[in-house]
Write a protein that binds this ligand. Structure first.
Ligand code: NDP
Length: 255
């Protein structure tokens, strides 16, 4: 095995990707599979297309149905992964939603829905996986999907619930990193800027036109531009990286 394979290879590892049926999760699942990991995708509506794409490239993947806000569904899905694949070494805790609405117009139900999926959902998955890793002595890597919105306030759209949920993910990540360091489990977050996916591509054109001058790179990122960051956080390469928030945003938050 070459030095680079030792650092960045994921052969023999089992990785869970939540929300891997489309968007960033799909592309990252393909990247993790390309680095050698077997992939279990968790989503509410299935990820057959992602599984097909991974198998076409010679990788191993399967799709499980679960809502990340429902502990019992997550536990059942994780049990299936352990019995089918024998381990859980990596989690890309990526499922999430965004609602653009002025605070005075948004309902409390909408606030709760965003916090429930983006923050509590990631906590439920991280906690359930952490439990399995600790019981089995697995020195795994949990990568929580945050966003640059956890560090800055996006304009001109208003999305207080989303911003708060992602700030929560960043600090939950630091908390779990410190708490679980003694077990050899690493917990980091990834904070992308605007990335072209169904979540952002369906955004009205006038909003995207307003974003462009604010992005130093003057373009949105491609999901492929996140793959290397996730592989780094998943693999041996990041063995001393714990509790970090890796920002991949074309320099947006530097302004
Ligand atoms: P998409 O809307 O394209 O994909 C979201 C995925 O999450 C879907 O596969 C969806 O599957 C899944 N999902 C949503 N709710 C749940 C749930 N309750 N349980 C299980 N799965 C769920 O979004 P993106 O790919 O754009 O975003 C992925 C992540 O990246 C999100 O956390 C987002 O906040 C974050 N992000 C995105 C950015 C962007 O510009 N696109 C920028 C920064 C961060 P299903 O509906 O089948 O459940």
């Amino acid at each position: 095995m070459s030095y680079l394979e030792k650092l960045f290879g994921l052969k023999g590892k089992v990785a869970i990707v939540t929300g891997g049926g489309r968007g960033i999760g799909q592309v990252v699942a393909m990247g993790l599979a390309g680095a050698g990991a077997e992939i279990a995708i968790i989503s509410r509506t299935g990820a057959d297309e992602t599984v097909r794409l991974i198998e076409k490239e010679g990788g191993k993947a399967y799709s499980l149905l679960a809502d990340v806000t429902k502990e019992d569904e997550v536990d059942t899905a994780l049990k299936t992964v352990v019995s089918r694949s024998g381990s859980i070494d990596i989690v890309f805790n990526n499922a999430g939603i965004c609602i653009h609405k002025d605070t005075l117009e948004a309902s409390i139900a909408e606030w709760r829905e965003v916090l429930d999926i983006n923050l509590t959902g990631e906590y439920i998955v991280a906690r359930a996986v952490g439990r399995i890793m600790i019981e089995r002595g697995i020195k795994g890597s949990i990568i929580n999907m945050a966003s640059m919105s956890g560090s800055i306030v996006n304009v001109p759209q208003w999305q207080a619930s989303y911003n708060a949920s992602k700030a929560g993910v960043i600090h939950m990540t630091r908390s779990l990193a410190v708490e679980w360091s003694r077990y050899g489990i690493r917990v980091n977050s990834l904070s992308p800027g605007y990335i072209g996916t169904p979540m952002s591509v369906d955004t009205p054109q006038e909003l995207k036109d307003a974003w462009m001058p604010l992005i130093p790179a003057h373009r949105m990122g491609d999901p492929k531009e996140l793959v290397g960051a996730v592989i780094y956080l998943a693999a041996e390469s990041s063995s001393y990286t714990n509790g970090s928030d890796l920002i991949v945003d074309g320099a947006y938050v530097c302004q």
